[in-house]
Design a binder for this molecule. Structure first.
Ligand code: UDP
Ligand code: MG
Length: 346
């Protein structure tokens, strides 16, 4: 193995059985906790493992804390982004750089219990390619959030390209061959849950209970959530675009009927001039509808614009632990083989 010399600890000389990807954004208090709990659990359930932190542009001491952890344990690696790119992009980077035969993705805030990982691994060993954690209840989220989430799933189920399993989030195990398929999806508007469902393969769920956040605050707010739901829907459905056509046809039919009625009325009762308010109302109504659909079309065009620019999905500023960066430019997700050993070393 030509790469051996570049790995600090012998435990990293060969690919581990399991890689755990942990996206972190301002999680200095949680990082050591999750590392500790993961290590304790993993030692009992897999032959070898690595923890791959993706520091998503944290502005607190997260990176320093992880650097400390990585120095003490050669199985801990970290990629640090040049700025905040968002959790879904962090997870994509995790898949790009994971080396295990299977990859588990888990939140850093201990809301996903590491103690459920053995159950995920057991299903994987039974032959499943994707094992998602399925939350048993949403009470930890609050009423409004759960209602919003349920609504979203209903809409997605009706109009989305692929059905999403209920209550399945990012906490999941993915086998190597599915990781390779996911890496071939370079889209910028990343709706991970949709992508996981889209790839297919044998999938199953393992129930788990969501714990409250250990430290710090969630990075979500309702505006972000709405954006996320909208992105998810527009990435996996063109129904909103078709809606414009249907509405247009319906309104045209109505207008035609109205014109017919007006002609008849004029012939029977003669012309009458009044009707100014109804003109204003209808002009405003129809221009409103047109603007809404222009907006929807604009959303799709914006999406196309983002894709054609072909910017890298993320930029890695620093890598801790493990070997050198892979030969492929980081963030260009073209499905290139993960040849780490060909990376330049001076
Ligand atoms: N996270 C991230 N980048 C972001 C926001 C969040 O990497 O821009 C990470 C965060 O550190 C945590 C996980 O994603 O490990 C889940 O975040 P959070 O707890 O805020 O989301 P929630 O659990 O409320 O859905
Ligand atoms: Mg959380």
């Amino acid at each position: 193995m030509p790469d051996e010399a570049s790995f600090p600890k012998p435990s990293l000389a060969s690919p581990p059985e399991l890689t755990v990807v942990i996206p972190v954004f301002n999680e200095e208090a949680n990082a050591p906790l999750i590392a500790g709990r993961l290590t304790a659990v993993l030692q009992g359930c897999v032959a070898s493992h690595e923890l791959l932190f993706i520091d998503d542009g944290s502005r607190d001491g997260t990176l320093a804390v992880i650097r400390d952890l990585a120095q003490k344990d050669g199985r801990i690696r970290c990629l640090s982004f040049s700025r905040n790119f968002g959790k879904d992009v962090a997870l994509a980077a995790g898949l790009d750089h994971a080396r295990g035969d299977a990859v588990v993705m888990i939140d850093a805030d201990l809301q996903h219990p590491p103690e459920s990982i053995p159950a995920l691994v057991a299903k994987w060993r039974e032959g499943f390619d994707m094992v998602y954690g399925q939350r048993t209840d949403r009470t930890a989220d609050g009423k409004l959030y759960s209602r919003f989430a349920r609504r979203f799933y209903e809409v997605f189920q009706r109009f989305g390209e692929v059905p999403l399993p209920e209550g399945a989030g990012d906490f999941r195990l993915i086998s190597r061959r599915v990781v390779e398929q996911l890496r071939r999806m370079p889209e910028r508007a990343r709706f991970s849950k949709g992508l996981y469902a889209w790839v297919g393969f044998r999938q199953t769920g393992v129930p788990y209970e969501v714990a409250p956040r250990a430290h710090g605050e969630t990075k979500w707010n309702y505006a972000k959530l709405f954006r996320f739901a909208f992105d998810g829907l527009t990435s996996f459905s063109t129904v909103p675009l078709r809606l414009a056509t249907y509405t247009g046809v319906a309104i045209s039919v109505l207008a035609f009927l109205y014109a017919f009625v007006t002609i008849l009325r004029t012939l029977v009762f003669g012309a009458d001039v009044p009707g100014f308010p109804s003109i204003i109302v209808s002009v405003m109504f129809f221009s409103g509808i047109q603007l809404i659909f222009l907006g929807i079309i604009g959303e799709y065009i914006g999406r196309i614009f983002a894709e054609v620019k072909e910017r890298p999905l993320y930029i890695v500023a620093e890598e801790l632990g493990g070997g050198p960066l892979p030969a492929a430019a980081p963030g260009t997700k073209t499905g290139a083989p993960r040849v780490r050993s060909s990376a330049k070393r001076s």
